[in-house]
Design a protein around this ligand. Structure first.
Ligand code: HMG
Ligand code: MG
Length: 298
Protein backbone atom coordinates (compact mmCIF):
# COMPACT_ATOMS: atom_id res chain seq x y z
CA UNK A 1 0.00 0.00 0.00
CA UNK A 2 1.04 3.58 -0.61
CA UNK A 3 0.63 5.36 2.72
CA UNK A 4 1.35 9.10 3.07
CA UNK A 5 3.42 10.24 6.09
CA UNK A 6 0.83 12.67 7.42
CA UNK A 7 -2.93 12.89 7.33
CA UNK A 8 -5.24 15.83 8.05
CA UNK A 9 -8.50 15.25 9.85
CA UNK A 10 -11.46 17.63 9.62
CA UNK A 11 -13.51 17.16 12.80
CA UNK A 12 -17.17 17.57 11.89
CA UNK A 13 -18.80 16.31 15.11
CA UNK A 14 -20.10 19.68 16.37
CA UNK A 15 -21.86 20.25 13.02
CA UNK A 16 -22.54 17.01 11.11
CA UNK A 17 -22.81 15.18 14.41
CA UNK A 18 -25.00 17.45 16.48
CA UNK A 19 -27.25 18.61 13.61
CA UNK A 20 -28.92 15.24 13.75
CA UNK A 21 -29.66 15.23 17.50
CA UNK A 22 -33.36 15.64 18.15
CA UNK A 23 -33.17 17.21 21.60
CA UNK A 24 -31.48 20.59 21.80
CA UNK A 25 -27.97 20.66 23.25
CA UNK A 26 -27.20 23.85 25.17
CA UNK A 27 -24.96 26.43 23.58
CA UNK A 28 -22.58 26.16 26.56
CA UNK A 29 -22.21 22.41 26.00
CA UNK A 30 -21.52 22.92 22.29
CA UNK A 31 -18.84 25.48 23.15
CA UNK A 32 -17.25 23.15 25.69
CA UNK A 33 -17.31 20.31 23.13
CA UNK A 34 -15.53 22.42 20.48
CA UNK A 35 -12.94 23.60 23.03
CA UNK A 36 -12.24 20.04 24.10
CA UNK A 37 -11.77 19.04 20.45
CA UNK A 38 -9.29 21.83 19.82
CA UNK A 39 -7.45 20.86 23.03
CA UNK A 40 -7.19 17.34 21.58
CA UNK A 41 -5.02 18.71 18.79
CA UNK A 42 -7.52 19.09 15.97
CA UNK A 43 -6.44 21.65 13.41
CA UNK A 44 -9.78 21.91 11.57
CA UNK A 45 -13.14 21.86 13.35
CA UNK A 46 -16.53 22.41 11.76
CA UNK A 47 -18.21 24.29 14.55
CA UNK A 48 -21.77 24.82 13.32
CA UNK A 49 -23.96 25.74 10.34
CA UNK A 50 -25.45 29.10 9.35
CA UNK A 51 -28.43 27.37 7.77
CA UNK A 52 -32.09 28.16 8.29
CA UNK A 53 -33.01 27.44 11.93
CA UNK A 54 -36.43 26.39 10.61
CA UNK A 55 -34.76 23.59 8.69
CA UNK A 56 -32.20 22.61 11.34
CA UNK A 57 -33.14 24.02 14.76
CA UNK A 58 -30.10 22.46 16.45
CA UNK A 59 -27.78 24.79 14.48
CA UNK A 60 -29.79 27.93 15.32
CA UNK A 61 -27.21 29.12 17.85
CA UNK A 62 -24.27 29.11 15.40
CA UNK A 63 -23.38 32.75 16.12
CA UNK A 64 -23.42 32.22 19.88
CA UNK A 65 -21.27 29.12 19.61
CA UNK A 66 -18.68 31.03 17.57
CA UNK A 67 -18.80 33.88 20.09
CA UNK A 68 -18.15 31.48 22.98
CA UNK A 69 -15.36 29.21 21.75
CA UNK A 70 -11.74 29.81 22.64
CA UNK A 71 -9.91 30.11 19.35
CA UNK A 72 -6.51 28.46 19.41
CA UNK A 73 -3.82 29.68 17.08
CA UNK A 74 -3.41 27.48 14.03
CA UNK A 75 -6.88 25.94 14.25
CA UNK A 76 -9.38 26.41 11.42
CA UNK A 77 -12.92 26.89 12.74
CA UNK A 78 -15.41 26.40 9.90
CA UNK A 79 -19.16 26.43 9.35
CA UNK A 80 -21.65 25.50 6.65
CA UNK A 81 -23.16 28.37 4.67
CA UNK A 82 -26.04 27.67 2.22
CA UNK A 83 -26.73 31.17 0.88
CA UNK A 84 -26.04 34.89 1.24
CA UNK A 85 -28.08 35.36 4.46
CA UNK A 86 -25.98 32.55 5.91
CA UNK A 87 -22.78 34.24 4.76
CA UNK A 88 -23.83 37.53 6.37
CA UNK A 89 -24.40 35.73 9.65
CA UNK A 90 -21.05 33.94 9.35
CA UNK A 91 -19.19 37.17 8.60
CA UNK A 92 -20.86 38.90 11.54
CA UNK A 93 -19.71 36.02 13.75
CA UNK A 94 -16.11 36.53 12.61
CA UNK A 95 -15.83 33.22 10.77
CA UNK A 96 -12.81 33.06 8.48
CA UNK A 97 -13.51 29.77 6.74
CA UNK A 98 -16.87 28.53 5.48
CA UNK A 99 -18.07 25.44 3.65
CA UNK A 100 -20.61 25.33 0.85
CA UNK A 101 -22.43 22.07 0.23
CA UNK A 102 -23.69 20.92 -3.14
CA UNK A 103 -24.90 17.49 -4.21
CA UNK A 104 -24.22 15.19 -7.13
CA UNK A 105 -27.88 14.16 -7.35
CA UNK A 106 -30.67 16.60 -8.01
CA UNK A 107 -33.30 15.07 -5.71
CA UNK A 108 -31.01 15.17 -2.70
CA UNK A 109 -30.07 18.75 -3.55
CA UNK A 110 -33.74 19.77 -3.55
CA UNK A 111 -34.52 17.93 -0.33
CA UNK A 112 -31.48 19.31 1.46
CA UNK A 113 -31.35 22.93 0.31
CA UNK A 114 -34.56 23.35 -1.70
CA UNK A 115 -32.66 24.05 -4.91
CA UNK A 116 -31.60 22.07 -7.97
CA UNK A 117 -27.88 21.47 -8.44
CA UNK A 118 -27.67 24.25 -11.04
CA UNK A 119 -29.61 26.73 -8.91
CA UNK A 120 -27.48 25.91 -5.86
CA UNK A 121 -24.27 26.47 -7.82
CA UNK A 122 -25.57 29.87 -8.90
CA UNK A 123 -26.27 30.72 -5.24
CA UNK A 124 -22.85 29.42 -4.22
CA UNK A 125 -21.16 31.46 -6.95
CA UNK A 126 -22.41 34.61 -5.22
CA UNK A 127 -21.49 33.29 -1.78
CA UNK A 128 -17.97 32.41 -2.94
CA UNK A 129 -17.41 35.69 -4.71
CA UNK A 130 -18.36 37.64 -1.60
CA UNK A 131 -16.55 35.36 0.84
CA UNK A 132 -13.31 35.26 -1.14
CA UNK A 133 -13.38 39.05 -1.55
CA UNK A 134 -13.55 39.29 2.26
CA UNK A 135 -10.57 36.94 2.64
CA UNK A 136 -12.75 34.08 3.87
CA UNK A 137 -11.62 30.65 2.64
CA UNK A 138 -14.26 28.32 1.20
CA UNK A 139 -14.32 24.53 1.42
CA UNK A 140 -16.74 22.54 -0.74
CA UNK A 141 -18.76 19.44 0.06
CA UNK A 142 -20.18 17.23 -2.62
CA UNK A 143 -22.95 15.07 -1.16
CA UNK A 144 -24.20 11.79 -2.62
CA UNK A 145 -20.80 11.18 -4.21
CA UNK A 146 -21.19 7.43 -3.75
CA UNK A 147 -24.97 7.08 -3.91
CA UNK A 148 -28.19 8.94 -3.24
CA UNK A 149 -30.97 8.00 -0.81
CA UNK A 150 -33.57 9.03 -3.41
CA UNK A 151 -31.97 8.25 -6.79
CA UNK A 152 -29.73 5.30 -5.94
CA UNK A 153 -26.41 4.98 -7.81
CA UNK A 154 -24.74 8.20 -8.96
CA UNK A 155 -22.46 8.13 -12.02
CA UNK A 156 -18.80 8.91 -11.16
CA UNK A 157 -18.72 11.21 -14.21
CA UNK A 158 -21.52 13.28 -12.64
CA UNK A 159 -19.58 13.45 -9.35
CA UNK A 160 -16.52 14.64 -11.27
CA UNK A 161 -18.51 17.29 -13.17
CA UNK A 162 -20.02 18.87 -10.04
CA UNK A 163 -16.70 18.61 -8.17
CA UNK A 164 -15.04 20.58 -10.98
CA UNK A 165 -17.82 23.17 -10.92
CA UNK A 166 -17.26 23.62 -7.18
CA UNK A 167 -13.54 24.09 -7.72
CA UNK A 168 -14.26 26.66 -10.41
CA UNK A 169 -16.15 28.69 -7.79
CA UNK A 170 -12.91 28.99 -5.82
CA UNK A 171 -13.16 26.31 -3.13
CA UNK A 172 -9.73 25.21 -1.92
CA UNK A 173 -10.81 21.59 -1.50
CA UNK A 174 -13.80 19.43 -2.29
CA UNK A 175 -14.89 16.75 0.17
CA UNK A 176 -16.44 13.91 -1.80
CA UNK A 177 -19.10 12.74 0.61
CA UNK A 178 -20.78 9.42 1.18
CA UNK A 179 -23.91 10.97 2.64
CA UNK A 180 -25.68 7.72 3.51
CA UNK A 181 -22.72 5.41 4.00
CA UNK A 182 -23.14 3.17 0.96
CA UNK A 183 -19.57 3.36 -0.35
CA UNK A 184 -17.30 0.34 -0.32
CA UNK A 185 -13.53 0.14 -0.88
CA UNK A 186 -13.92 -1.15 -4.43
CA UNK A 187 -15.92 1.93 -5.36
CA UNK A 188 -13.51 4.46 -3.85
CA UNK A 189 -10.80 4.26 -6.56
CA UNK A 190 -13.46 4.24 -9.28
CA UNK A 191 -14.98 7.51 -8.04
CA UNK A 192 -11.50 8.96 -7.41
CA UNK A 193 -10.37 8.05 -10.93
CA UNK A 194 -13.25 10.10 -12.33
CA UNK A 195 -12.87 12.99 -9.88
CA UNK A 196 -9.10 13.33 -10.23
CA UNK A 197 -9.47 13.55 -13.99
CA UNK A 198 -11.21 16.87 -13.27
CA UNK A 199 -9.78 18.02 -9.91
CA UNK A 200 -6.17 17.79 -8.64
CA UNK A 201 -5.78 14.99 -6.11
CA UNK A 202 -4.38 17.31 -3.44
CA UNK A 203 -7.69 19.23 -3.51
CA UNK A 204 -9.78 16.14 -2.85
CA UNK A 205 -10.89 15.14 0.66
CA UNK A 206 -13.12 12.22 1.65
CA UNK A 207 -16.13 12.35 3.98
CA UNK A 208 -17.57 8.99 4.97
CA UNK A 209 -20.60 8.05 6.99
CA UNK A 210 -20.41 4.62 8.58
CA UNK A 211 -23.91 3.25 8.05
CA UNK A 212 -22.74 -0.11 6.75
CA UNK A 213 -19.43 -0.40 8.61
CA UNK A 214 -17.29 0.29 5.54
CA UNK A 215 -16.00 3.78 6.40
CA UNK A 216 -12.58 2.72 7.74
CA UNK A 217 -12.02 0.37 4.81
CA UNK A 218 -12.95 3.27 2.51
CA UNK A 219 -10.36 5.49 4.22
CA UNK A 220 -7.73 2.83 3.64
CA UNK A 221 -8.69 2.74 -0.04
CA UNK A 222 -8.48 6.55 -0.12
CA UNK A 223 -5.05 6.55 1.56
CA UNK A 224 -3.80 4.02 -0.94
CA UNK A 225 -5.01 6.32 -3.70
CA UNK A 226 -3.08 9.23 -2.20
CA UNK A 227 -5.84 11.20 -0.46
CA UNK A 228 -4.54 12.86 2.72
CA UNK A 229 -7.60 14.67 4.18
CA UNK A 230 -10.48 12.81 5.82
CA UNK A 231 -13.53 14.04 7.73
CA UNK A 232 -14.67 12.32 10.90
CA UNK A 233 -16.85 12.96 13.90
CA UNK A 234 -16.04 12.49 17.58
CA UNK A 235 -17.69 9.37 18.93
CA UNK A 236 -19.28 8.70 15.53
CA UNK A 237 -21.99 11.30 16.12
CA UNK A 238 -23.94 12.22 13.06
CA UNK A 239 -26.23 11.81 10.14
CA UNK A 240 -28.12 14.14 7.89
CA UNK A 241 -31.71 15.15 8.71
CA UNK A 242 -32.54 15.15 4.99
CA UNK A 243 -30.94 11.81 4.10
CA UNK A 244 -33.11 8.93 5.28
CA UNK A 245 -30.94 6.09 6.54
CA UNK A 246 -27.83 8.20 7.09
CA UNK A 247 -26.07 7.03 10.23
CA UNK A 248 -23.17 8.65 12.04
CA UNK A 249 -19.99 9.83 10.44
CA UNK A 250 -16.87 7.74 10.64
CA UNK A 251 -15.85 8.07 14.32
CA UNK A 252 -12.72 10.15 14.90
CA UNK A 253 -11.45 7.71 17.54
CA UNK A 254 -11.84 4.74 15.18
CA UNK A 255 -10.02 6.65 12.44
CA UNK A 256 -7.24 7.67 14.84
CA UNK A 257 -6.84 4.13 16.16
CA UNK A 258 -6.20 2.93 12.63
CA UNK A 259 -3.97 5.86 11.59
CA UNK A 260 -1.96 5.70 14.83
CA UNK A 261 -1.51 1.98 14.26
CA UNK A 262 -0.23 2.64 10.75
CA UNK A 263 2.28 5.12 12.19
CA UNK A 264 0.63 8.06 10.46
CA UNK A 265 0.98 11.44 12.07
CA UNK A 266 -2.22 13.43 12.66
CA UNK A 267 -1.36 15.65 15.63
CA UNK A 268 -4.60 14.56 17.34
CA UNK A 269 -4.64 12.78 20.72
CA UNK A 270 -7.05 9.85 20.75
CA UNK A 271 -7.51 9.89 24.54
CA UNK A 272 -8.47 13.57 24.52
CA UNK A 273 -10.92 13.03 21.64
CA UNK A 274 -12.47 10.15 23.58
CA UNK A 275 -12.82 12.42 26.58
CA UNK A 276 -14.58 15.06 24.43
CA UNK A 277 -16.89 12.33 23.13
CA UNK A 278 -17.67 11.12 26.67
CA UNK A 279 -18.50 14.70 27.61
CA UNK A 280 -20.99 15.21 24.76
CA UNK A 281 -22.37 11.68 25.20
CA UNK A 282 -23.28 12.61 28.77
CA UNK A 283 -25.52 15.35 27.31
CA UNK A 284 -27.29 13.01 24.85
CA UNK A 285 -30.08 10.53 25.36
CA UNK A 286 -28.18 7.70 23.68
CA UNK A 287 -24.69 6.21 23.57
CA UNK A 288 -22.23 6.94 20.79
CA UNK A 289 -21.41 4.31 18.17
CA UNK A 290 -17.59 4.61 18.05
CA UNK A 291 -16.16 1.09 18.40
CA UNK A 292 -13.04 2.45 20.05
CA UNK A 293 -15.09 4.36 22.59
CA UNK A 294 -17.25 1.35 23.39
CA UNK A 295 -14.25 -0.90 23.92
CA UNK A 296 -12.10 1.46 25.96
CA UNK A 297 -12.07 2.80 29.48
CA UNK A 298 -10.94 6.20 28.21
P1 HMG B 1 -35.82 27.88 1.82
O1 HMG B 1 -36.99 27.61 2.71
O2 HMG B 1 -35.94 27.54 0.37
O3 HMG B 1 -35.26 29.37 1.95
O4 HMG B 1 -34.58 27.11 2.43
P2 HMG B 1 -35.91 30.75 1.84
O5 HMG B 1 -34.89 31.63 1.22
O6 HMG B 1 -37.28 30.67 1.23
O7 HMG B 1 -36.04 31.18 3.38
C1 HMG B 1 -36.98 30.57 4.25
C2 HMG B 1 -36.82 31.21 5.64
O8 HMG B 1 -35.53 30.88 6.18
C3 HMG B 1 -36.87 32.72 5.61
O9 HMG B 1 -37.38 33.12 6.88
C4 HMG B 1 -35.41 33.13 5.51
O10 HMG B 1 -35.17 34.40 6.02
C5 HMG B 1 -34.75 32.07 6.38
P3 HMG B 1 -38.92 33.59 7.02
O11 HMG B 1 -39.07 34.70 6.03
O12 HMG B 1 -39.75 32.39 6.67
O13 HMG B 1 -38.99 34.00 8.45
N1 HMG B 1 -33.37 31.79 5.99
C6 HMG B 1 -32.34 31.80 6.83
N2 HMG B 1 -32.25 32.06 8.15
C7 HMG B 1 -31.02 31.97 8.71
N3 HMG B 1 -29.91 31.61 8.02
C8 HMG B 1 -29.97 31.34 6.72
C9 HMG B 1 -31.22 31.45 6.08
N4 HMG B 1 -31.63 31.24 4.80
C10 HMG B 1 -32.94 31.48 4.76
N5 HMG B 1 -28.87 30.98 6.06
C11 HMG B 1 -32.21 26.90 2.81
C12 HMG B 1 -33.31 27.13 1.78
C13 HMG B 1 -30.94 26.64 2.04
C14 HMG B 1 -32.08 28.11 3.69
C15 HMG B 1 -32.61 25.67 3.67
O14 HMG B 1 -32.95 24.62 2.81
C16 HMG B 1 -31.52 25.23 4.58
O15 HMG B 1 -31.15 25.90 5.51
N6 HMG B 1 -30.98 23.99 4.34
C17 HMG B 1 -29.89 23.46 5.12
C18 HMG B 1 -30.10 22.00 5.32
C19 HMG B 1 -28.97 21.42 6.14
O16 HMG B 1 -28.40 22.06 6.99
N7 HMG B 1 -28.69 20.12 5.88
C20 HMG B 1 -27.68 19.42 6.61
C21 HMG B 1 -26.30 19.83 6.24
S1 HMG B 1 -25.71 19.10 4.73
C22 HMG B 1 -25.04 17.59 5.19
O17 HMG B 1 -25.21 17.16 6.30
C23 HMG B 1 -24.20 16.84 4.19
C24 HMG B 1 -22.69 16.95 4.47
O18 HMG B 1 -22.37 16.48 5.77
C25 HMG B 1 -21.93 16.10 3.45
C26 HMG B 1 -22.51 14.68 3.30
O19 HMG B 1 -22.39 13.90 4.26
O20 HMG B 1 -23.10 14.43 2.25
C27 HMG B 1 -22.20 18.39 4.34
MG1 MG C 1 -22.06 14.41 6.29
Amino acid sequence: MRIPPRVSIVEVGPRDGLQNEKSLITTADKIAFVDRLSAAGHRAIEVSAFVSPKWVPQMGDASDVFAGITRRAGVRYTALVPNRPGLSRALAAGVNEIAIFAAASDTFSRRNINQSIDASLATYAEVCREALAMGVAVRGYLSTGFGCPYEGPVAPSQVATVARRLLDLGVFEVAISDTIGVAHPGQVPVVLDAVTAAVPLHQVALHFHDTRGTALANVLAGLDYGVTTFDSSAGGLGGCPFAPGAAGNLATEDLLYMLDGLGLETGVDIALVASASRFIESRLDHSLPSRFLQSSQL
